[in-house]
Design a protein around this ligand. Structure first.
Ligand SMILES: [Zn+2]
Length: 497
């Protein structure tokens, strides 16, 4: 195969894969925002399964490897984009090939069965229902570590699926630092006796729906190249560079839930919308990692959306839309959106205690994987760790070990990306502040200098560089979680002084 043949073969596969993925994404959107007529469930399921299978079959065909190897052999004669494409395709191909196809199929079927069982287990607070599924899923993950191979710790092999470059050594250090720096803050807040005023009342859904476009415009999410839908659990979905959609869920009794989920998903969407369009043809219009994706959503949600300057422009908007808020001032609003209080549920956690929830999951996943802990003991182990880290003991498995969908969805090794994303975000923000007046931009309600910096240093590069290299180029140094610890420490010490 010549270089030109190899390049054009891969380009064809990438284009087909993109079209198939777009079809799958739009089918999914249709199902979760509009719902599926009951009678169409099986036909849809079959079509969705075929689309996904076809995408995989095209990718895994032997000529993909032939093309990759042809190009790897002449690496010096390739452009930077071509080299990155070959790196990413080679990695994905070899990982996919490492797993025996019949094992992969069985795992797919197992996960499809496990998800509804998990829902039932959570509803009925019965861990025993899901236990055998978790056991099989973790068994498969152990074999996966072996097939993928690893240098030091089996968990490293799983991390690579979500967070390239991260390993147990890095995460152990990162989480030890967070334990050391966050725990005293949580204690200090408890001891302060401060009870900031909370936003309470009923907030009509039609008014909340009016707030959403204002938030999208504030972040800079381009709704001419996207859409906002309503679903049970908010997410961001990419059909193409020109069609990046977000979702939210409105609660009449909880104004902040939708408000911050919109800002969060807009952060994800901005990353997707701002990737260089030319990267699509190389299969590189993808996130650098889940952690990098999460760094963008959380940077907008927490570091800007929960900043003091933003409270200054949010308050008049809330008054205009909802009336009331006459007896609030900007400081009180700033405090109200930053209440830190240990809780049992990860997705409801505040900015300060969020990563403690991740530490629980990380330590348990690692122990189950190595056999240091058993699946059957998870509810108790979970409760012990919550008590140790957050000072709370879940009253039930439903409010404890059964709260997350990840394990039943076959995702082991995913949780650390959430925490790592927070820390990437803080490091990027620290670098950005050297040249950008972030607070001034947030206070004016014009984030264009912030967006321009992120676009130039993060968004536009897609998957060109792995996270470590991306951070090095954007901030001038390797991953350094002390920026995140410092940020939390400064913010929450001032809030609860
Ligand atoms: Zn997110």
């Amino acid at each position: 195969m010549t270089k030109d043949q190899a390049l054009s073969l891969l380009a064809g596969k990438i284009e087909a894969g993109r079209a198939l993925d777009m079809a799958s994404a739009l089918m999914y959107w249709d199902a979760v925002t509009l719902g599926v007529p009951e009678q169409s469930l099986s036909a849809r399921g079959a079509a969705a399964g075929w689309l996904e299978g076809e995408s995989f079959r095209r990718f895994i065909a032997p000529d993909t490897l032939e093309a990759v190897e042809t190009l790897e052999a002449l690496s010096d004669g390739l452009s930077e984009r071509e080299r990155a494409m070959v790196r990413e395709m080679g990695r994905a191909y070899r990982k996919a090939k490492a797993v025996p196809p019949e094992e992969m199929q069985q795992f797919g079927a197992l996960v499809a069965q496990a998800e509804p069982v998990w829902e039932k287990a959570r509803e009925t607070d019965d861990f025993a229902l899901i236990q055998p599924y978790y056991e099989k899923i973790f068994d498969f993950k152990r074999r996966l570590c072996y097939w993928y191979g690893y240098q030091k710790h089996p968990y490293d092999a799983l991390l690579d699926d979500y967070e390239k470059g991260a390993d147990v050594e890095m995460l152990d250090g990162f989480f030890a630092l967070l334990r050391e720096r966050i725990s005293p803050l949580v204690k200090m807040i408890g001891a302060s006796g401060q009870k900031p005023r909370e936003i309470a009342g009923t907030f009509p859904l039609d008014k909340q729906r009016e707030l959403t476009p204002w938030l999208c415009a504030f972040v800079g999410y381009d709704t001419a190249r996207g859409k906002v839908g309503e679903v049970q659990h908010p997410f961001c979905l990419t059909a193409s560079r020109h069609d990046v959609r977000i979702t939210t869920k409105y609660h009449a009794g909880d104004l902040l839930s939708s408000l911050y989920s919109v800002i969060h998903e807009c952060g994800h969407a901005l990353y997707e919308q701002n990737m260089d369009e030319e990267l699509e043809g190389y299969g590189l219009a993808e996130c650098a990692s889940m952690g990098v994706h999460e760094s963008q959503s959380r940077l907008y949600e927490n570091m800007i959306g929960r900043s003091r300057p933003f409270a200054g422009i949010l308050l008049p908007k809330l008054r205009e839309l909802f009336g009331g808020f006459a007896d609030w001032d900007e400081d009180a609003l700033y405090r109200a959106v930053n209440i830190a209080r240990p809780s049992l549920i990860r997705i409801e956690a505040d900015e300060l205690t969020y990563c403690l929830h991740i530490i629980v999951r990380y330590e348990l996943e690692k122990d189950i994987l190595t056999g240091a802990a058993q699946v059957k003991d998870l509810p108790g182990l979970w409760a012990d760790k919550y008590e140790e880290l957050l000072g709370l003991r879940p009253p039930s498995a439903a409010k404890g070990v059964l709260q997350d969908v990840h394990w039943s969805g076959g995702m082991v090794g995913y949780f650390p990306s959430y925490a790592v994303g927070n820390a990437y975000g803080a490091q990027l923000m620290h670098a950005m502040r050297k040249t950008v007046d972030v607070d001034g931009a947030a206070g004016r309600g014009d984030l264009s200098p912030v967006n321009a910096w992120l676009r130039e240093n993060v968004h536009r590069h897609g998957a060109m560089n792995e996270p470590e290299e991306l951070l090095r180029r954007a901030t001038g140094e390797a991953f350094n979680p002390s920026y995140y610890a410092d940020y939390l420490s400064e913010k929450f010490t001032a809030l609860y002084r």
